[in-house]
Design a protein around this ligand. Structure first.
Ligand SMILES: *Cc1c(COP(=O)(O)O)cnc(C)c1O
Length: 458
């Protein structure tokens, strides 16, 4: 290793790209708790799930034993258009921080949708097409998922209906227009087009919406239209499975140069990029082969891991989806309009939740202004304008690198740079004008969300 200079970017050859996804649940001793039917409180069966989701995705969702799933050739071909994504050695950031730490980031922003979400969108669109469906429905928060899904659906010729959280629909017209350009039908949520949307509007007039609420509308639409299914961009274990491509590529690239990371950091909204990035490394840890320090980073304004409860909860505000056991702030929790739209979800992937509960990983929460400070510092030396979500990971990577400077340790840090921030310039503007605030929910704010947790006695 010492005689081989590590390049700025480590790429993989097409032939070295992963041909299978890795299912970390196969190696978990404590499996994530099953999804429950909200009416019977019994585990959801494949038959029940298949009214909402595509059949093959249901199989993936329920399978906690099979370690590897073949990536269909059609999906591999699509991946080749924008993958492998580069693993970058942040030489310039290291120099600016004057740290002995070695910093790497896996950059997922190299596609038009601007984030890692395309990795799962293309898989979900593929299975919907294979099943002969007409189209899919979904929700989107900041718009990255909706954009990714629009691209994937147009590639396979599927109709795509997107419920977009109202504050993002209004604040982020550019993403909305990218979606429409790729042929998607975009509706601000809550809307008058669904029962659940009308109910939420009656109860909370003037609400700027939430992901949980948009999910309810998308599910209702999928189940009431012939030939449609619902797809989700995060939280579900099938999404985490598809996102394992991030970690598998990262590991393959590091292995080429015999690099073993000490610390692996990812931002956590629903947990899919973090789960995908850490999966193969976590597998090694679970099998007792290696040890790594994993850190999930969430916003202080929506702290599901660091301040939430580990309990069964509704995945949506409308309470029509299955119950999932996860770290949650309660499905009724509506975070302040934080600029990292992709990190505003009330709950966390059941896989990440279980790994965290088993103390196999750490979680920290960070305040918005410190995140934008880190984003700016990163952009100025590394060139990439990072997404606010991704910048949560940057902030903690910088903190860890500075700790190394103090202690003189040359740890190897890997973090996930999930996307670019070109459509988040309103947030950057607020930061540059000194108008950004750090709203942290009080105990009373959180109590409101916890009070709405369903009582589940098993
Ligand atoms: C959606 C999104 C996230 C958060 O979602 P996860 O499911 O937690 O990965 C992070 N970064 C970007 C750029 C996103 O678009």
């Amino acid at each position: 290793m010492s005689d081989k200079k590590i390049p700025y970017k480590i790429y993989l050859e097409e032939s070295e790209m992963p041909k299978q996804w890795y299912n970390v649940r196969a190696d978990m001793k404590n499996k994530p708790a099953p999804l429950l039917n909200p009416a019977t409180l019994k585990p959801m069966t494949a038959k029940e799930l298949s009214t909402v989701f595509c059949d093959e995705l249901v199989q993936q969702e329920l399978d906690d034993k099979t370690p590897y799933f073949d990536i269909p050739v059609e999906i591999q071909d699509f991946y080749k258009m924008y993958r492998p994504s580069p693993l970058v050695r942040a030489y310039c950031l290291e120099k600016a921080l004057d740290t002995p730490a070695k910093i790497y980031y896996k950059f997922e922003g190299n596609n038009t949708s601007g984030s890692h979400k395309l990795n799962s969108a293309i898989a979900q669109a593929y299975y919907a097409k294979k099943q002969g469906l007409k189209g899919v429905t979904t929700e989107t928060g900041a718009g990255q998922w909706g954009t990714a899904l629009s691209m994937a659906c147009s590639y396979f010729g599927l109709d795509c209906k997107v419920y977009m959280v109202k504050c993002s629909y209004e604040q982020k017209p550019f993403r909305r227009e990218v979606m429409r350009t790729y042929g998607a039908n975009v509706t601000p949520s809550p809307s008058e087009t669904t029962n659940v949307g009308r109910q939420i509007l009656a109860k909370h007039p003037g609400t700027t919406g939430s992901l949980g609420c948009a999910i309810s509308e998308a599910v209702e639409t999928a189940t009431s239209l012939e030939g449609y299914r619902y797809v989700l961009g995060s939280v579900l274990t099938q999404v985490l499975l598809h996102q394992s491509i991030i970690g598998l590529e990262t590991k393959a690239a590091l292995d080429k140069y015999n690099i073993t990371p000490d610390i692996i950091i990812g931002c956590a909204g629903g947990g899919s990029n973090l789960g995908g990035l850490i999966s193969p490394f976590m597998g090694e840890k679970l099998r007792g082969e290696k040890n790594y320090h994993f850190i999930a980073v969430e916003p202080a304004s929506c702290p599901s891991l660091t301040r939430g409860r580990y309990a069964y909860d509704f995945c949506d505000t409308g309470m029509i989806c299955p119950l999932a056991k996860m770290y949650t702030l309660g499905s009724g929790f509506i975070p302040s309009s934080n600029h990292a739209g992709g990190l505003r979800y009330h709950g966390m992937s059941s896989v990440v939740s279980q790994l965290y509960d088993d103390k196999l990983m750490e979680a920290v929460c960070v305040e918005q202004t410190s995140v934008f400070k880190a984003a700016t510092q990163f952009a100025r030396v590394e060139g990439i304008l990072p997404a606010p979500e991704s910048s949560h990971a940057i902030k903690v990577a910088i903190d860890e690198a500075l700790k190394c400077k103090e202690s003189g340790k040359d740890k190897t840090i890997v973090f996930g740079l999930t996307g670019t921030g070109y459509f988040d310039l309103v947030a950057y503007q607020k930061f540059n004008d000194g108008l950004m605030d750090d709203y942290i929910p009080t105990e009373d704010d959180l109590a409101v969300g916890f009070a709405g947790l369903p009582k589940v006695e098993l």
